[in-house]
Write a protein that binds this ligand. Structure first.
Ligand code: PXP
Length: 237
């Protein structure tokens, strides 16, 4: 089970001053040296985090798994095709969205997704699509040609402290459906040091989590190297 570190928040900090501090490329290298299994970036159209011109540099130096997330508009697809990562995660963001907060309607948007996914797969890129833990939508994802789904874990994280078992139940079921229809399984959003271990223990077949916000916040207190080790312990311990 892989930990992909989302470095968008590092780019946000860099962009605040218009210089190259912190150096995103060096941070990506360091995350890998500290034990990350992959690097995730999510270039948004407004480029407020990772910018489009960061992508070729990161593509060059990432030696683990490089995952580019984003809404499949033409500019984004051209960027991904020109700098093919190991994986591209398609997200149905609206313009200006603060953060991703829902998955695809894999049934209603099946034909659109099929077309985009075929284009990416022709380049040898593994494609994952962001979905809510809903049986019908995961079955729909299997019809799009995607290799994997990434379960949107925001609601799990939100409800975790009220009732863990109830918060987890739809995800365990979703994991079973994904396995039945032959989809690999990723997960992400609002995972943190409190909820990660419980999530992975109850999510059979989980291949990868991508974690950004909480991990970078924890790094302010523990340092990046310790923090990555702490997350890996929750995942693999
Ligand atoms: N997965 C997707 C599709 C996302 O958009 C994000 C946020 O950029 C994440 C995972 C990571 O979420 P978080 O920053 O809450 O760990």
């Amino acid at each position: 089970m892989n930990l992909s570190v989302n470095i968008n928040k590092v780019a946000l900090l860099r962009n605040a001053r218009g210089s190259n501090l912190p150096d995103l490329v060096q941070v990506a290298r360091d995350c890998e040296a500290f034990g990350a299994d992959g690097i995730t970036v999510h270039p948004r159209p407004d480029q407020r985090h990772v910018r489009y011109d960061d992508i070729p540099l990161l593509r060059e130096i990432v030696t683990t798994e490089f995952n580019i997330e984003g809404k499949p508009e033409r500019d984004f697809l051209d960027l991904v095709l020109a700098n093919p990562p190991h994986q591209c995660t398609l997200v149905p963001d609206s313009p200006g969205q603060l953060t991703s907060d829902h998955g695809w309607d894999t049934v209603g948007q099946r034909d659109f997704l099929r077309e985009v996914i075929a284009e990416l797969k022709k380049k040898g890129i593994r494609v994952s699509i962001f979905v809510d833990p809903d049986e019908r939508l995961i079955e729909g994802a299997a019809e799009t040609g995607a290799d994997r789904v990434e379960l949107y874990t925001g609601p799990f994280a939100h409800d975790f402290h009220n009732d863990k078992a109830a918060a987890m139940a739809p995800y365990t079921k979703a994991a079973e459906v994904a396995a039945r229809v032959g989809l690999g399984l990723n997960a992400g959003h609002d995972l943190n040091l409190d909820n990660l271990k419980y999530f992975r223990e109850h999510c059979p077949g989980l291949l990868e989590v991508s974690i950004g916000h909480a991990l970078i916040c924890d790094a302010l207190y523990y340092g990046l190297s310790n923090t990555i080790r702490m997350y890996q312990r929750q995942l693999k311990g």
